[in-house]
Design a protein around this ligand. Sequence first.
Ligand code: TNX
Length: 540
Amino acid sequence: MRILVSFISILLSLQFLSAKTAIDVIPCPASVVASEGKLSVAGARCKVDSKFGKAAVAAVKDFEENLFRASTVKKGESGVVVFFEMASEMSDEEYSISVSEKAAVVKASSLKGVLYAMETMKQMLPVAIYTGAPAPDAEWTLPCVEIKDNPRFAYRGLLLDVSRHFFDVEQVKRYIDLMVIHKLNTFHWHLTDDQGWRIEIKRYPELTQIGAVRKETIIGRWADKKGFDGIPYGEGMWYTQDQIKEVVEYAASKGVEVIPEIDLPGHMLAALATFPELGCTGGPYEVCRWWGVSKDVLCVGKESTFMFLENVLSEICELFPSKYIHIGGDECPKVRWQNCHHCQAKIRELGYRDDINHSAEHYLQSYVTKRIEDFLATKGKKIVGWDEILEGEIAPDATVMSWRGTKGGIAAARLGHDVIMAPNTYCYFNYYQAKDQSTEPLARGGFTPVSKVYSYEPLSDEMTDEEKSHILGVQACMWSEYITDWKGLEYMLLPRLSALSEVQWCKPENKDYESFLKRMIHMAEIYKALGCDYANHIFN
Ligand code: TNX
């Protein structure tokens, strides 16, 4: 009997492994009603309303082209049409797909809706649709189905740290492509930090000549005491303003907005090494060779520091059309300010004092944040800052990105501020994804397996409905201290990105980890078709 039972279960699981359930889509759509029958799309033509604009028309053309190349049946040959119709009553990111045995009809009101509908359809087709590699024997059909879909959260982000290790334009585009498959819409580009300044600023070319290059890099972690590698890192590893524009445009054509981060007033060693007069001690400073938090930060007692920041941020505002500029604000030790006569004079001028909650220096940082907020407002921009900006007094219009768990986010929402949840406890992709670290690539520490990411619920019971309405969405962060190359990055990203996408997109009642794991079997086929390295713990 036992043998019979296990035989049957093996048969069942084999069937489960081989048969792709028709609608293995990640993130799962809000509503799927499947019916009998299917539509052959080999040789189909796509017709898209030109009201969707050039980018949508081009994206649909690409889809049509790949369908033709992969199925090897000429466009138009089957007489089947996939229609993309304008439905202006729909919200910006909403779409529907209706497949009958005669035709497929997509409805949406914007580029994003069209793109998301296509991503959903691509996941219902053989994986060759992603590359256009000829696969004439694959089953080029869509199941008859009615799909209605709309995201849960408006902000669905992913950060990439290009300071600690650099990723070039092609790699950044590929990162964005992976976001698009998962219907993310915001790319948070961490462009500057202690270990390297990576964006051209025309007014200060020295920032990338000097600030991009560190003399060498620590080997492993501090505690390992392995010393430094003796190899300069960062020469030429920065983006020209033309490259930045190229990425911003590329992202926009894929429905992704780019939010740049210029981290201040801490995490600024690359700028201090370039312009020592920006610091409290006057240096000398060097571009940081190790990972962690530097005591040396911008001197904010001097007006010249604000001139510098305003000049840099003016160029940033020109390059990035986003409403938000991320100004960092994290991990800014106060010891230099405590001992700096410029900073102390500023504190006296502003009348700040230590109180039971915060030191005068914390209020000084709040002053910096507020001043930058005011400056950026003159350019029509709003600030986002890490949750440290809550210390002292939060700038009136700031959006808070909660990274030290969710406490900061909840506190900010309570104060009536908008919040993006990016808690390290669930959303840090630089943390380990397996218990047994011995077989994993070296990482920061932590333990954030796929299941943990998946389990994250951003709207906690502690919050009132009013507070919940301030949670704009969720973001994951890819800090690159220990991620040295593209392959390593893919490994840390996948499949956690797939889990994240359901946290960002799906209503809680539609989330189900078991179902997600089953749908991941097809997603892994997509990763493979795209040549991605991914962590396979959930498949073992
Ligand atoms: C903290 S998250 C940082 C980053 C590091 C990260 C490493 C945040 C706002 N600051 O500078 O890369 O930890 O996990």
